[in-house]
Design a protein around this ligand. Sequence first.
Ligand code: PLP
Length: 431
Amino acid sequence: MLCHNITEENGILHFAGYNTAVLAEKYGTPVYLMDEERIRENCRTFTSAFNRYFHTPVKALYASKACCIKALYPIIEEEGLGIDVVSCGEIHTACSAGYPLQEAFFHSNNKTDADIAYAMEHEIGTFVVDSKEEADVIEAQAEKLGKIQNILLRITPGIDPHTYEEVNTGMVDSKFGTAIETGQADQLVQYVLSLSHIQLLGFHCHVGSQVFDEDVLEKATQVMLGFISHIRKKLQFEASVLDIGGGFGVRYTESDPIVDLDARIHSIADVFYSTCEKQQIPCPKLYMEPGRSIVADAGMTLYTVGSIKQTPGYRNYVSVDGGMSDNPRYALYRSAYTCLPAGKTKEGRNMKAHLVGRCCESGDIIQPDVLLPSSTQRGDVVAVCTTGAYNYSMALHYNMLPTPPVVLLSKTGDRPIVAKESFDDLIRNQL
Ligand SMILES: *Cc1c(COP(=O)(O)O)cnc(C)c1O
């Protein structure tokens, strides 16, 4: 199986030890399931690798955008992770969950003046500043509030992570960050150092998402430490923080490589210490920002099959009661998913079909060429694995389809952490 939290018992798919048929019956479909233990295990993979391979401060920040739900923040906090946020909506969610925002880093390539004011009123720990204009607004706001705001600068290291173009963010020609290559990063550092209400702690980069290449984060670490050393010589500024972003790849199908996160972190640690030594710089505090690798394989979506269309000589279509409205990732990136029958797991999977949603859009495909039992019929439940990241958080209201509920599966029981949206919820803001 794709992940050890997926098993089969008596012809029925189990997730996190729970019978999916029972969950589908209890909560209705579509429904997002989240496995609390798996989230904790994923957090601990980072924290225990940090303990093993690092002897200087290092911390993981959970990237909220992967799945931003109030009930997840106490889990993240208990596991000792900080967080990233990218909008006031995410700040509000974390804040409502009682998460200490001192531990939060605020990203985004375009924070509005209102965003900056809101984040500072909520005493966000650190801004990750993307441009000079943003630094100016933070400086002015900090002066008004009579405080000094901690920031990092987002730098573009110019590394190709070999991932989808839409999630490739570390190249010079990117809307994110300021390039080292063009000398603009140097200028921005110099400028920010001249501001009196901003405290520059160090630098951030994020080269992309769903990165499988073994050495991408290592390369980013090297380039960024080189930059820190360069700035130290040129501007006598000693960075105390380096944040190398997230992007660890996740296994969506059996043909994806198995990602050995512990080994990856080990190799990043080796490169980190050897480069600090080579560059003769003190080791900065290191941050990593996993999002997907914390929550993706902790998630599963259940759907109920509706119509099955078999046209002789053409492909088959199996339609389910959700679609791009709860999982737009195939439509956006052609993302691969493993789709499994939730019942009939003992039957052969002899029918090949496009698993499609119910939205009025031909591109509303959850996954093409899925294998299902040929006895699949209306009312059967189908599971899509590894939907914990960028599914609930990317859900849309196209066709006025309510966002499905999210159910947290824990050792102590199952409970909804996001209620099923009602039709009234859909029109709440319509005047
Ligand atoms: C999206 C993002 C992350 C998380 O990426 P994952 O691929 O989910 O690990 C981390 N940092 C920044 C700045 C991001 O934009």
